[in-house]
Design a protein around this ligand. Structure first.
Ligand code: ATP
Length: 509
């Protein structure tokens, strides 16, 4: 019963109250002694634990010769004679620890420590000692812990489905010297363990950074974050790649993008909107860059004079993200780079903008045979990325004025040449990360284009009606979060940057 009453409230821990250990009533949970206090400010049952847990990251020489408590996982364990060496890990930080038979530890304690399964969570009370030689294999290189007490807080099963050290081995290294590497399916089947690695932690902290920078940049530019429905009555992009779900006595679809709704917000005078949310695609595409559910970073804004205002706003947002990552996430970038090496990501200011016809001309010059109105295939997209890098030394650029025929029905045709459109894609390391356009804001033209694309007008009636009562010229784009992270870090598979990826063959974990 005592478990339910444990108070971990910071208010309680930081109250600075000291209790008389012997006179106060106490209870124990997982080896921690809690003293019950009277008159605490805390709304939980008042109590004070007998230890303050220090973060592994904070174990520096300043803490030398102090007796401290640490809660961490047993990363590795190696018994040798009368001592046992442990590496204790907490997220991406780890520290060497030692239990040795002596005044402070018995033979039984060394044996007990040596028998704790890897990945178990322990509390240790230990003396912090400065070391003469740096411990290169640990993040805390200047100190080690001399353990005096050890409690198992949560025991891991003895057999792990995969070893963390195999999961972080640099690409290619394992195969050469015969050491194990872990294939992607095994990693994803046991994702929680795979996610514990320093590489995974770095990837997902960086991903969180991309979302944060996206939100901060757009909020500073006066955008409003909106939420759009994910269960919808009509496929937003038309076409077949939509999941149907049963919806009471009828059926509905999972949104392929927030497209129609973010535009409807523009019709409702929100002027500049963005959203971050799941996007569903029922495409049987088993490639390195397609998921059936991904996170869309979407932008839509009204413009005053020219749709290039929209391109500028989006490219500036991307540049702010790249700068933020470069300046605030170097540790993460380098951690990932140790396992998956890649060239640092390069970008220009202002962002390079090429027209589709220029891109086609560069490809033709490189020997590609393609028509004016043909869409870019994935290999051609990558080739063009390499040609652009060689010529302009950038990993990020915009291709503007796509052929109208290869774009969705709501795309604004180019007023000067109806074969083309006011639409654009953006690329990182030669792969598409964004599709966008000026949208048609005239109900009549929108209706004509929808008919041209064989879209059932009845199903998008409320969308088209939104434009009947006046709508400002506007445009925007949709970005795939996982693609941005994958390509920024120079990784080769979008599943590495999706915590629990969904693809045509994977629905679990
Ligand atoms: P692709 O040609 O690569 O299949 P798309 O043209 O279907 O992409 P859009 O529908 O324009 O892409 O979506 C906008 C952005 O969303 C893309 O540029 C990409 O970053 C991301 N995206 C699209 N489809 C997927 C997917 N299946 N998995 C992950 N991200 C995706």
């Amino acid at each position: 019963m005592a478990e339910n009453k444990v108070c971990f409230s910071p208010a309680c821990l930081s109250s600075g109250m000291r209790n008389d250990r012997d006179s106060q009533p106490a209870f124990h949970v997982g080896g921690i002694r809690f003293s019950q206090m009277g008159g605490s400010q805390c709304s939980f049952p008042p109590c004070e634990p007998d230890r303050v847990l220090v973060r592994v990251q904070k174990l520096t020489p300043e803490k030398a010769d102090q007796l401290i408590w640490v809660r961490a996982r047993i990363h590795t364990s190696r018994a040798k004679g009368k001592q046992c060496f442990l590496v204790l890990r907490q997220q991406q930080f780890n520290v060497q620890a030692l239990v040795a038979v002596g005044e402070r530890a018995s033979k039984q304690m060394v044996k007990f420590a040596a028998n704790i399964n890897k990945e178990s969570i322990v509390d240790v009370e230990a003396m912090v000692r400065r070391v003469e030689q740096k411990i290169e294999s640990c993040s805390q290189q200047d100190v080690e812990l001399h353990i005096e007490r050890i409690f198992v807080i949560s025991q891991a099963e003895p057999r792990l489905p995969l070893q963390l050290e195999d999961c972080v081995r640099p690409e290619g290294e394992g195969d050469e010297d015969g050491r194990a590497t872990v294939n992607q399916d095994t990693r994803l089947d046991n994702r929680v363990i795979d996610l514990r690695t320093t590489t995974s932690h770095a990837i997902f902290r960086l991903q969180s950074g991309v979302c944060q920078l996206f939100r901060d940049t757009l909020t500073n530019k006066g955008f409003v974050e909106i939420q759009t429905p994910k269960i919808i009555s009509a496929a937003s992009e038309g076409g077949a790649n939509v999941f149907t779900v049963s919806y009471f006595k009828t059926s509905a679809y999972l949104a392929q993008s927030p497209q129609l709704y973010k535009q409807m917000c523009i019709c409702a005078d929100f002027d500049k909107v963005f959203c971050v949310g799941p996007v569903f695609r029922a495409e049987d595409s088993n490639t390195h860059r397609h998921l059936t559910e991904f996170v869309g970073l979407d932008i839509e804004l009204a413009f005053n004079y020219h749709y290039h205002e929209v391109i500028e706003s989006i490219t500036d947002t991307m540049v702010q993200i790249f700068k933020g990552l470069r300046d605030k996430f170097q540790t993460e970038i380098q951690t990932v780079g140790k396992q998956y090496s890649s060239e640092p990501f390069k970008f220009l200011e202002p962002t390079l903008r090429l027209e589709y016809t220029e891109g086609v001309a560069m490809l033709r010059e490189a020997g590609v045979d393609m028509g004016d109105e043909e869409d870019l295939s994935t290999p051609n997209e990558k080739l063009l990325g390499r040609l652009v890098k060689e010529k302009y030394d950038t990993d990020f650029y915009v291709l503007d004025k796509y052929p109208l025929a290869v774009r969705p029905f709501y795309t604004m045709p180019d007023p000067n040449d109806k074969k083309y459109s006011n639409s654009y894609d953006m690329f990182m390391r030669g792969e598409e990360i964004l599709s966008g356009a000026q949208r048609i804001h005239d109900a009549q033209l929108l209706t004509e284009r929808a008919i041209h694309h064989n879209i059932d007008l009845e199903k998008i009636k409320s969308y088209i009606d939104s434009f009947r009562y006046g709508a400002p010229p506007h445009g925007g784009g949709g970005i795939g979060l996982e693609r941005v992270c994958m390509l920024y870090l120079g990784l080769h598979n979008v599943r590495q940057v999706s915590m629990f990826p969904r693809d045509p063959k994977r629905l679990t974990p």
